[in-house]
Design a binder for this molecule. Structure first.
Ligand code: HEC
Length: 383
């Protein structure tokens, strides 16, 4: 991408932006007295189910989330099925994707993986013929842009489509975009200039203008740096049950099924240089790490596709999820789901959703005995 095509960034929906807020701050809507916390639109969730049956007769029921967006603020009451759709949000060319929040640990280590080590696994044309290609995403880098770089593009590493270059951009983007705290990297509210925000600013009483008393962003540079440092240096959980005899069979099966074709077990982080445009903490340097991800994009098939490109990632592509710490996901939150939209209630369901470049791995997993399938799962739980 170049400046001329906005670096292939997703185009914002006019008057909405690039992230949907289904809950608003108090007083957002014109009729806010009746709809105190209603945001840009309402979102409803339902599931489409289908069963997968192993050769031994065991059945697993898979569910895919279907989201409906209704009642947008620019055309209250309207739905996609309305006779004459006028809302910008409900136009047919608006592409929407749904994202689960991701665990926040080990991120500075992932950013410290040398770019060359990641690019060494790119195999866009699948020249080794294993059915797995792997592409890099190249994305707009707000830090480079702020530093005046003429080509502010970096390797994408974070986000479900590797659409974010650094922990700094991700953290300060979330500080502004997810919780509305403007900061030196993102000084304007993400909804600035939309009619909803303009009318909100006319309300009386407490109004969040996005600026402090001196007209500066709400978060100071020091506060922002602390948020980034915390997100960069939160430690990866230690493995558990490593002496269990079933867990010990896992790595062999993980190789045999070629899960490791995308979930690359290990990397060594760089020993010098910057991350996020600033010198990196010593604690991140020269570490052998076990993230189980190649940090690249893969076509995961129709079942997982959201049809929404993001920089160079297409609608079928997702970044390989790091699997470290995954065994503790449901210890932290028993309700948590796996995969980009949280559709998989278990690790087994997550594997069974793998299609596209991972279809062979899934077929081979399905051909395992129940004991071996269990060994793969308990190995994942030990990570
Ligand atoms: C072609 C590359 C590829 C192969 C091969 C592959 N995976 Fe994945 N894996 C991915 C991608 C990409 C995702 C994220 C997909 C999404 O969220 O839609 C993922 C997600 C997962 C998740 C869910 C992680 C989470 O936190 O949501 C698990 C578990 C997983 N893979 C395990 C496996 C296992 C076990 C195998 C081997 C049987 C395997 N994968 C083979 C690319 C691959």
């Amino acid at each position: 991408g170049t400046a001329d095509n906005q670096y292939c960034a997703p185009i914002k929906v006019p008057d909405f932006g690039d992230q949907l807020f289904h809950r608003g701050v108090l007083k957002a809507r014109a009729d806010w007295q009746n709809n105190a916390f209603v945001g840009q639109a309402d979102v409803y969730l339902s599931y489409e189910r289908h069963d997968v049956t192993y050769a031994d007769g065991v059945v697993v029921s898979l569910k895919k989330p279907i989201f409906e967006v209704e009642n947008p603020y620019d055309a209250p009451g309207e739905t996609k099925q309305s006779a004459n759709v006028t809302s910008n949000l409900l136009q047919d060319d608006v592409l929407m994707g749904w994202r689960n929040g991701m665990p926040v640990f080990g991120l500075g280590l992932l950013e410290a993986i040398p770019e060359a080590s990641i690019l060494a696994n790119v195999d866009a044309e699948d020249s080794n013929n294993d059915g797995i290609s792997g592409r890099a995403n190249w994305v707009f880098d707000a830090v480079k842009a702020q530093q005046g770089d003429e080509n502010p593009v970096s390797l994408g590493r974070f986000g479900w489509k590797a659409n974010t270059p650094s922990v700094r951009v991700q953290s300060l983007g979330a500080l502004r975009g997810d919780i509305g705290i403007t900061n030196p990297l993102f000084p304007d509210e993400s909804v600035a200039g939309t009619s909803l925000h303009d009318s909100y600013l006319t309300r009386t009483g407490f109004i969040d203008t996005g600026e402090d008393a001196n007209g500066e962003p709400e978060a100071s540079a020091a506060f922002s740096d602390s948020v980034v440092f915390y997100a960069e240096t939160l430690a990866v959980p230690a493995r558990r049950n490593v002496d269990d005899s079933d867990v010990r069979e896992g790595p062999r099966l993980f190789e045999q099924l070629n899960c490791s074709g995308c979930h690359t077990p290990s990397f060594v982080t760089k020993t010098s240089g910057d991350i996020g445009g600033l010198p990196m903490s010593d604690s991140l340097k020269g570490q052998t790490i076990y993230p189980f991800s190649d940090m690249l994009l893969h076509d995961m098939g129709e079942g997982l596709a959201d049809g929404r490109p993001d920089f160079l990632a297409d609608g079928n592509e997702w970044r390989t999820r790091p699997l470290w710490g995954i065994g503790l996901t449901q210890t932290v939150n028993p309700q948590a789901g796996f995969l980009h939209d949280g559709r998989a209630a278990t690790l087994e369901e997550a594997i069974l959703w793998h299609g596209g470049e991972a279809q062979q791995s899934t077929d081979d997993f399905m051909a395992l005995s129940q004991d071996e399938r269990n060994q793969v799962i308990v190995f994942l739980r030990s990570l």
